[in-house]
Design a protein around this ligand. Sequence first.
Ligand SMILES: C[S@@+](CC[C@H](N)C(=O)[O-])C[C@H]1O[C@@H](n2cnc3c(N)ncnc32)[C@H](O)[C@@H]1O
Length: 199
Amino acid sequence: MLQHDRAAGQLQPEFHRATPECPSPQHWSMIDTMTAEVEVLEFLATLVTTIKPRLIVETGSFLGVSTEWMARGLQRNGFGKIISCEFDPVVYERAKERFINSPLAPYIELRNQSSLEMNIEGTIDLFFSDSDIDLREKEVKRFLPQINPHGVILMHDASSHHRVVREAAHRLEDEGLISAVFLPTPRGLVLAQPRAGRI
Ligand SMILES: C[S@@+](CC[C@H](N)C(=O)[O-])C[C@H]1O[C@@H](n2cnc3c(N)ncnc32)[C@H](O)[C@@H]1O
């Protein structure tokens, strides 16, 4: 949070190291090392206007920046909701402050809960897994039965440097649960779809 406050919204070149799939990370920008890369934030908003989800679930709100970008997409669509969970109570309060008096507030539900305990009602059209890297596989498996077969699953931090998430995505593919594309961003982003129920 300190790093975020010190940056005061100023963009910096991406900090994560080069990987074989993304050899020039300095071409990307970041606000801080926890918040998704700026280009990924832009992609999230565009994805929301492209697939027009009714329900987005995000794990790991941190300070609510990615939540805000997806909510901007919802606002442009004119409908839909994002439920985002953050299990750290101090961080959750900071995220909540971000949306006080915000025109985006009607589109956002923040929960001070763990992703592995949170219950969601209904069908999830876009699932963004961005909490603790060791939990991403469990999160996808937990929510998979509720994810729209025509919906999208995103797993952040799936670069070959962060091997845990990349290997988790490979395993989920090998188990026949998802079909995945590995986008070569500095921290890595898996774009996937549930295998079951696809036409
Ligand atoms: C990488 S940050 C999220 C960044 C945010 N999505 C963004 O791009 O603006 C991960 C956050 O997940 C939270 N977290 C870790 N494990 C969690 C869990 N099981 N449930 C909910 N939040 C969790 C951490 O406290 C941290 O704030």
